[in-house]
Design a binder for this molecule. Structure first.
Ligand code: BES
Ligand code: MN
Ligand code: MN
Length: 462
């Protein structure tokens, strides 16, 4: 029987070339101008699943972007693994900060990726990681080693909040029935420190609009006499954190899960260098909630961050004006037990309540979702652990991530199965940023490790 290692070695160039073709299509879900590219990408995912060994593949239309569903059922008595991923990508802007065009993939060597990394929007998040599963399936079917049933559900709206996936899951319980859900859309600590993501944060994303006078005003004639919406809004936003960087919204922490000292001590065992962290980001020091470490701040603690802020004159030169309106987009990352709908309400009520009389405030929720934690004492986690041990030669470290995949909590609720997050990207791969990349080594390691998960999960389920 052919090993994954030798199959990958023989097909390496083709695996890379196929991913490059997928990365060339700008499947940007946030911008409707790219709708036809989104459809083209879904079609390419469909044909790649067919070639890799799925017996049924369909493009399922939704009111938004289509979901690609595929399956290979070898024996209904065997366990079924449902692979989830997304083929949509974040907008690439600001374009001028890319060293090479985002949809013209190139391979470059870096310090962390001496074997080369593929530079393109979506290379790591999530086309590259999703495609590892397609190639893993190809390997297992081509060599007669698929040990169980497999289903694929690859969506095109993850980066804009998975608006239509929830309905699809609710309406297709039987079709999607599975024993475990497998996702590669997160990261690991380092190539020589494998880790499995055991937690994702929830999210509440809102937009605020602060309106002052009914028109833009001369900042000399009116300045000082009326509320300037930009001054007021920035002051309101600043007041959302206290001097210890705690969030001041009443009730915000009510449901936050407090980890025991033991659990926190366990977390602190994960390797972390503050110096290297600061150096990689060109910052003099870290910053955040008092009483917590960096790794805690970005995983087990909730946060509130302005993601964008605008208003007034931002063109060239100076214009003396008091704008009528100011705007901001704000994300709150949530931890287990915090309910995103409740938090969104708390934010809205609080933000409206702190507005001075001279302005009106409008809070518009965008999207959100609940956090998720995978217990490490279930078959799925143990199978993943064994899989990493066999390909990395090391036991992976369980690690909670700060990112969000809101649909994961819904999977558990609707399909009653656990999700295993086998991510092969690195934090430094610049997802959502200019120069996103994905290590070739990581891509191939993923393709090698996934079949091992299939093997151990089937063994342990029998
Ligand atoms: N793949 C990411 C989430 C992620 C990345 C989790 C790395 C853990 C580690 C996903 O595509 C993403 O970007 N999610 C969004 C939320 C979504 C509702 C837009 C996020 O976390 O900002
Ligand atoms: Mn993703
Ligand atoms: Mn993303």
């Amino acid at each position: 029987m052919k090993s994954a290692k030798s199959y990958i070695a023989e097909n390496k160039q083709r695996f890379i070339d196929e991913l490059i073709e997928l990365l060339k299509i700008p499947s940007i879900s946030a911008d409707s101008a790219y709708k036809s590219d989104v459809i083209k990408t879904a079609q390419l995912v469909k044909s790649s699943l067919e070639k890799a060994g799925c017996t049924t593949v369909e493009i399922c239309d939704t009111p938004g972007n289509p979901i690609v569903y595929g399956e290979r059922i070898i024996d209904p008595k065997l366990p079924t693994i449902l692979v989830y991923g997304h083929y949509d990508v974040q907008p690439p802007d600001p374009l001028n900060l890319w060293d090479s065009p985002p949809f013209e993939p190139i391979i470059k060597k870096t310090e962390l990726h001496p074997d080369g990394a593929l530079y393109a929007r979506g290379s790591c998040d999530d086309k590259g990681q999703m495609y590892m599963h397609v190639k893993a399936l190809e390997y297992m079917t081509a060599t007669g080693q698929l040990p169980c049933n497999v289903k694929f559900m690859i969506e095109g709206e993850e980066e804009v909040g998975s608006k239509n996936l929830g309905g699809f899951v609710q309406q297709n319980h039987e079709k999607l029935a599975n024993n475990v859900i497998l996702i590669s859309d997160t990261g690991m600590i380092a190539n020589d420190i494998p880790s499995i993501t055991t937690g994702l944060r929830g999210l509440s994303y809102v937009e605020v609009e602060v309106t002052g006078p009914n028109r833009d005003l001369h900042s000399g004639l009116y300045g000082g006499a009326v509320a300037n919406p930009i001054n007021v809004m920035t002051k309101m936003i600043a007041s959302l954190h206290d001097e210890n960087n705690h969030i001041t919204i009443p009730g915000f922490y009510d449901d936050v899960e407090e980890l025991s000292l033991e659990e926190r001590a366990k977390m602190a065992e994960a390797p972390f260098s503050k110096e290297a962290y600061c150096k990689a980001l060109d910052i003099a020091d870290v910053y955040g909630e008092k009483g917590y470490t960096t790794n805690e701040r970005n995983s087990i603690r909730p946060t509130l961050d302005v993601n964008g802020i605008w208003g007034g004159y931002t063109g060239e030169g100076a214009k003396t004006v008091i704008a009528s309106k100011a705007y901001a987009k704000i994300s709150m990352r949530l931890v287990p037990h915090q309910d995103w709908v409740k938090i969104t309400d708390l934010f809205k009520n609080h933000f409206e309540s702190i507005a001075p009389k001279g302005v009106t405030v409008k809070v518009t929720p965008h999207h959100g979702g609940q956090g998720y934690v995978t217990p490490i004492d279930n078959i799925g986690y143990r199978a993943a652990e064994k899989a990493y041990e066999s390909t990395f030669g090391k036991t992976p470290i369980p690690q909670r991530s700060g990112g969000s995949i809101p649909i994961v909590a819904l999977f558990e609720q609707e399909l009653k199965s656990k999700t295993i997050l086998m991510g092969f990207g690195l934090d430094s791969d610049a997802i959502h940023s200019p120069n996103e990349h994905f290590g070739i080594w990581n891509y191939l390691k993923g393709i090698e490790t996934i079949p091992q998960f299939f093997h151990y999960f089937t063994e342990m389920t029998k």
